[in-house]
Design a binder for this molecule. Structure first.
Ligand code: SF4
Length: 694
């Protein structure tokens, strides 16, 4: 049911779902939101939207919203509603007690990529200056941290190279490990428009995603690689390009570090990386891979768009570097229609990374050991800052289980459902003495909390989000916060109770401080955003209205750096006991842990996750469509309904992760990216068997 009233006025704001960052007019009747209308002047969406942004806002007033702060001594106790003052003071005194007892580094926090830039900035500031350590992390740990690392090392920035509009100039589009029609629908439409105009399409994905064949679109090459073999695949592409003389030598000579290029070219030219030799690992027919490599290198402007199918692997960072290598080798960075472009998941995951949510980096991606940068922050924040990188989320949990990490402030992240090996996450939280969760709902993580602070939806606050193309857009308050305070105000109250007072009367003042401290944001202000709508960072003296395309004449790091990307098979192997590989992803109607979309009755309702399985594997197990099956990995077991489909390849099964009851992360393992600890969600060895359930 779509609730329609008579709109009386409207407020322009930004969607709080995916990293496309569509702009909407929130139309109001009195104080009631009645309709979200895609805004034609929004540069990320130009008047388009998907079903989530348009219709899935009912969660914001859902009966499950918790509007009163609550505390309890033990997680087995019932919750007790208390005043804001009592809840905040209780949380602060617990954090102080823990630090006094166990030391400065025994507490930390997690910022939220659902929250605004200003809010994530405040949380990391509270932790660095208020707690006095760098134990802050973000959901990017489990999604695009390899993007940050891999692109930073090779190109010099932790972000995509192009704006979305650039796809309109692409001659060849290569989609790797992403499913844009479900995950980033409005950008997918833009991409499909270009494909219908004749651009060529390469899809590298274990599943036959919709983009491979949809009305008026057919991929020139679908490369159905086996999960876990991305680096073998990209090195094989590079092998063809190097050995067949398809390098853009002028570009490489003028723009890149030559010695590194030569080392890389020698590595990929080795016969072991020929498509014929790699076929045993990747499963990609060699002739198809050779064809795709030639098309990418010679087909004109070639753009790579990629998703979590790239990053969520034990070699996630290596694969990101491999794609950057390939783009540099063919001259495909720094011009329209080209580039290496992460399709980032959450509405503000780019922003949470930009704002210093990683334990080793201050806002603007500057390492905490950089004395000059740290001194600048110390002088403005008025506290000494630690020069030691803090704990990542998995390390916080390990330390908690080891008895050394005792308290955490989690703003708007449901790590029990979203992080791998849910039993391990729950074990870590259970071992802590003070878990403070700030959220809209009693999520899975809140079940382990001692203090619950009511959160605010994107409709209840002012601020900014930064989308996957580095575009900073305004989030505007549409309704007053239902629990009395916006998230940024709650963080300020907690900081004050901790004895570290931060004074801001409006999020615009927080952005002013960010701009003072962050060279890529120097020119960003709410005033500028009012005038021009949105800007893409870097936005500073050199680029006062922002930078749609990066690395045009030179790379941000100077010369582009080729990195060696040897293929190392994952430790997660199929065995006689676990002969199938499980991989995971999203569907259009739901978003991540589903906290919002599952509480919205006006989007297509998918009440449960399902397991997609190839007919061959289903027949071998005596399965029929709709059967209840148990999926077992070495860490756990879940039950799902089987959906038999030849979208899957034999030996690979797939599910989504939107529902807590059937939560896929009960069975994903703790293997992770060598550089960033991003979990290897995309490769879990499992067995599937029919159960006796209804
Ligand atoms: Fe929101 Fe993404 Fe859909 Fe745009 S494409 S409306 S940002 S969910």
């Amino acid at each position: 049911v779509i609730e329609i009233g008579t709109p009386e006025h409207s407020v322009v704001t930004t969607c709080a779902y995916c990293g496309v960052g569509c702009s909407f007019k929130a139309e109001m009747a009195g104080s009631k939101l009645v309709r979200m209308v895609p805004w034609k002047d929004g540069k990320a969406n130009e008047g388009h939207s998907c079903v989530k942004g348009r219709f899935a806002f009912g969660y914001s007033t859902h009966k499950d919203r918790i509007l009163k702060p609550m505390i309890r001594a033990k997680i087995t106790d019932p919750w007790k509603e208390v005043s804001w003052e009592e809840a905040i003071n209780h949380a602060a005194s617990e954090f102080k007690r823990i630090q006094a007892t166990y030391g400065r580094d025994s507490v930390g926090g997690i910022t939220s990529s659902r929250c605004t830039n200003e809010e994530t900035y405040l949380v990391q500031k509270l932790i660095r200056a208020g707690f006095g350590n760098n134990n802050v992390d973000t959901c990017a740990r489990v999604c695009h941290s390899p993007t940050g690392y891999g692109l930073s090392v090779t190109l010099g920035t932790s972000a995509g190279t192009q704006d979305f509009k650039s796809v309109e100039q692409a001659d060849v589009i290569m989609v790797i490990g992403a499913n844009p029609t479900d995950g980033h629908p409005v950008f997918a439409s833009r991409m499909k428009h270009r494909l219908r105009q004749g651009a060529k399409l390469i899809v590298a994905d274990p599943r036959r995603i919709d983009l491979v064949k949809s009305p008026h679109i057919a991929a020139d090459f679908h490369l159905p690689l086996k999960p876990g073999t991305n680096v073998a695949f990209i090195n094989s592409m590079a092998h063809v390009i190097v050995t067949e003389g398809l390098i853009d030598e002028k570009y490489v000579r003028e723009r890149c570090e030559i010695a590194d290029f030569e080392s890389w070219a020698r590595m990929v030219a080795d016969e072991k990386y020929s498509p014929e030799n790699m076929e045993q690992y990747t499963g990609i027919p060699a002739a198809n891979l050779r064809g795709a490599a030639r098309l990418y290198a010679t087909g004109g402007n070639a753009a790579i768009y990629y998703g979590l199918g790239v990053t969520e692997h034990s070699q996630g960072s290596t694969m990101v570097m491999g794609m950057a290598n390939l783009a540099m080798a063919t001259g495909n960075i720094g011009k329209e229609g080209a580039g290496v472009n992460p399709l980032r998941g959450q509405n503000n995951v780019q922003g949470s990374c930009d704002m210093g949510s990683f334990p080793h980096e201050l806002p603007g991606y500057r390492h905490v050991s950089d004395d000059a940068t740290r001194e600048m922050f110390e002088s403005l924040w008025g506290r000494p800052l630690s020069n030691e990188p803090g704990l990542r989320i998995p390390n916080m949990l390990d330390e908690a289980i080891g008895g050394r990490f005792k308290g955490i402030y989690i703003q708007g992240e449901d790590i029990v459902q979203s992080d791998p090996d849910a039993q391990h996450v729950a074990g870590g939280l259970s071992a802590m003495e003070c878990v403070v969760v700030q959220d809209l709902f009693i999520c899975e993580t809140a079940k382990y909390a001692h203090v619950f602070l009511p959160g605010s939806s994107f409709l209840e606050k002012d601020g900014t989000f930064t989308n996957a193309e580095r575009r900073i857009s305004r989030v505007r308050k549409v309704v007053t916060p239902m629990a009395g305070y916006a998230d940024w105000e709650v963080t300020l109250m907690l900081a004050k109770a901790l004895g570290y007072e931060m004074n801001y009367s409006h999020p615009s003042e927080i952005m002013d401080e960010i701009a003072r401290l962050t060279p890529t944001f120097t020119n960003v202000s709410f005033d500028l955003l009012e005038k021009v709508g949105s800007v893409q960072w870097p936005c500073n003296e050199a680029a006062p209205l922002g930078t749609p395309m990066m690395h045009v004449d030179r790379f941000v790091r100077g010369k582009g750096k080729f990195m060696l990307t040897e293929y190392v098979p994952t430790e997660e192997r199929t065995t006689h006991k676990f002969p199938l590989i499980l991989t995971t992803g999203r569907i259009l109607a739901h978003y991540n842990v589903g906290a919002q979309t599952r509480r919205t009755d006006n989007v297509a309702w998918h009440p449960e996750d399902v397991l997609e399985i190839h007919p061959f594997d289903a027949e071998n197990r005596g399965l029929r469509d709709g059967d209840l099956v148990a999926i077992q990995s070495r860490v756990g077991e879940v039950s799902l309904r089987a959906k038999i489909t030849d979208r899957m390849q034999p030996g690979v099964v797939y599910t989504t992760f939107h529902h807590p009851v059937t939560g896929a992360n009960v069975i994903t393992t703790d293997y992770s990216d060598w550089a960033t600890n991003c979990p290897e969600y995309k490769v879990t060895a499992v067995e599937v068997r029919k159960t006796n359930g209804p």
